[in-house]
Design a binder for this molecule. Structure first.
Ligand SMILES: NC(=O)c1ccc[n+]([C@@H]2O[C@H](COP(=O)([O-])OP(=O)(O)OC[C@H]3O[C@@H](n4cnc5c(N)ncnc54)[C@H](OP(=O)(O)O)[C@@H]3O)[C@@H](O)[C@H]2O)c1
Length: 221
């Protein structure tokens, strides 16, 4: 059975990945910051505490993983203060958003790197809000900046990973009905994760570093 790791697995998109990967026959290693019974019940594998903002928590988590990981879903993330003006930006919250959304996946990569198998796939759950070209309405200052930084961290890792036959997908899940996306979002969490599972399944190393949405549409940087 292939081994998959999911961060931010206790609710939202991460929880749905745990459900669908478990049904698809993966051994799932689910990292959670807040315990949820639904995650434990759905997980075909092991659940463990994980705070991606803390290197020691990330290292404790990865120490208990098997030596061969085939799929890593870097999903954990937070929204920012939804500030309406530059004056409202809180620098401490902004740094925390950058810490979790941009540096969190880097901590995961640093810690798990040796365990990624030949042919492994790494999925960075980014956002269309990372796109420079698409930044029409502005605002969401720290969130946009954090996901743009995640995109660049990821691209900068691409060639190094490719030499080890490890491929990278930068995936926008759509505007999804979760606590973050809100009830009026366009896409159900099931539809979003079904779409991403299909894209992950079809992805090959030739397309490593692609920035795409859950339906397979290539996104503008
Ligand atoms: N929903 C959308 O419309 C949308 C659109 C584009 C991109 N995304 C991205 O999709 C990913 C999942 O979002 P979602 O909609 O499922 O959000 P969500 O429902 O708010 O869930 C976020 C998850 O991330 C976890 N998390 C937050 N900080 C963490 C940390 N420091 N360490 C470990 N886990 C942490 C949360 O744990 P706790 O329960 O402990 O807080 C929770 O499990 C995020 O990266 C988000 O930016 C979402």
């Amino acid at each position: 059975m292939p081994n998959a790791v999911v961060t931010g697995a206790n609710r939202g998109i991460g929880l749905e990945f745990v459900k669908q990967l478990s049904k698809a026959g993966y051994n799932v290693y689910a990292g959670y910051r807040t315990f949820s019974q639904e995650m434990e019940d759905a997980c075909n594998g092991m659940i463990q505490p994980l705070d991606v903002s803390q290197q020691h928590s990330v290292d404790d988590f990865t120490t208990n993983l098997p030596s061969s990981i085939d799929l890593l879903i870097n999903n954990a993330g937070v929204a920012d203060g939804r500030w309406q003006s530059i004056e409202e930006i809180d620098d401490n919250i902004a740094l925390e958003v950058l810490n979790i959304n941009a540096v969190g996946p880097v901590r995961m990569m640093k810690s798990i790197s040796e365990k990624l198998s030949d042919g492994a796939k790494v999925v960075m759950i980014t956002s269309l809000m990372a796109s420079m070209e698409d930044c029409k309405t502005g605002r969401s200052y720290a969130y946009r900046a954090s996901k743009a930084a995640l995109n660049m961290f990821s691209l900068a890792m691409k060639n190094e990973l490719k030499t080890r036959n490890i491929s990278l997908l930068l995936m926008h899940p759509g505007w999804v009905q979760t606590d973050m996306g809100g009830p009026h979002a366009e896409v159900s969490v099931v539809e979003s994760v079904e779409g991403m599972m299909k894209q992950i399944g079809e992805h090959s190393i030739e397309n490593t570093g692609i920035y795409m949405d859950f339906q397979g549409n290539k996104l503008p940087w």
